[in-house]
Design a protein around this ligand. Structure first.
Ligand code: PGA
Length: 250
């Protein structure tokens, strides 16, 4: 089985640098299976420099970037800055940003383009809300998010993107999705992308599941749902619990 990609999305937590270093070091000390799991921590930008300086085996990513590289964009952070600092990944289009910051697929597409240009691996978040699922619109929503999110990109560029399927109703709710449902979505994404990038590139695509992932349910996402990894919010701030998630990659 290939290496699993386990991504921690700390969101707007923790509140102090000391606490972020404490959690980061605790995760690193419990991370014993680097040949089975690649672990990426995405902290708030303000902690990046200090965590990168610790030079551990944990990789580091950002939770967002701006679509322009530089200029008069108050409050924004550039993909060039993230790369220069040592980040290797960037989460793009998280549902919280789509909702609260009103991010559109078009903006998300521009962010993916600038991330790839700067050799950051984009983790593109996609997923339907509860109402869309109840109205059987899941696949329509995903198709639109994917097609518009990867517009204007070459096949080989698309193959570098990590797709994180996070049904919105499962995020932070304790209501994790059923692995069978997730496998169905994975197959749908693979079919859709195969048409775009061809069979020769499809084996490179990584698809993650996110939404109330914990130490107990992770293994089923790897085995039953055949996911390439997980994107973890709440549990990634608890080193004991996160270690169990990492340990599920065996
Ligand atoms: P959760 O968040 O693990 O707390 O559900 C996942 C995410 O929002 O990426």
């Amino acid at each position: 089985m290939s290496k699993k990609l386990i991504v921690a999305n700390w969101k707007c937590n923790p509140l102090t640098l000391n606490e972020s270093i404490k959690i980061f070091k605790a995760i690193n000390s419990k991370y014993k299976n680097p040949t089975k799991a690649e672990v990426v921590i995405c902290p708030p930008n303000i902690f990046l420099k200090n965590l990168l300086a610790l030079k551990t085996k944990l990789k580091i990513g950002a939770q967002n970037c701006f679509w322009e590289e530089k200029g008069a964009y108050t409050g924004e952070v550039s993909a060039v800055m993230l790369r220069n600092m040592g980040c290797q990944f960037v989460i793009i289009g998280h549902s919280e940003r789509r909702k609260i910051n009103k991010e559109t697929n078009e903006e998300i597409n521009k962010k993916i383009i600038v991330a790839l240009k700067n050799k950051l691996i984009p983790i593109l978040c996609i997923g339907e809300n509860r109402e869309e699922r109840e109205h059987e619109l899941t696949f329509d929503v995903l198709e639109k998010q994917i097609k518009e999110g990867i517009a204007n990109l070459e096949k080989t560029e698309i193959a570098k993107i990590v797709f994180a399927y996070e049904p919105i109703w499962s995020i932070g709710s304790g209501n994790s999705a059923d692995p069978e449902q997730i496998k169905e979505v994975k197959n749908f994404i693979i079919d859709l992308l195969s048409k775009k990038i061809g069979k020769e590139n499809i084996s490179k695509i990584k698809i993650l599941y996110g939404g109330s992932v914990n130490g107990e349910n992770t293994r089923a996402y790897f085995t039953e749902a055949e996911m390439n990894g997980v994107l973890v919010g709440g549990a990634s701030l608890k080193p004991e619990e996160f270690a169990k998630i990492i340990g599920a990659a065996k």
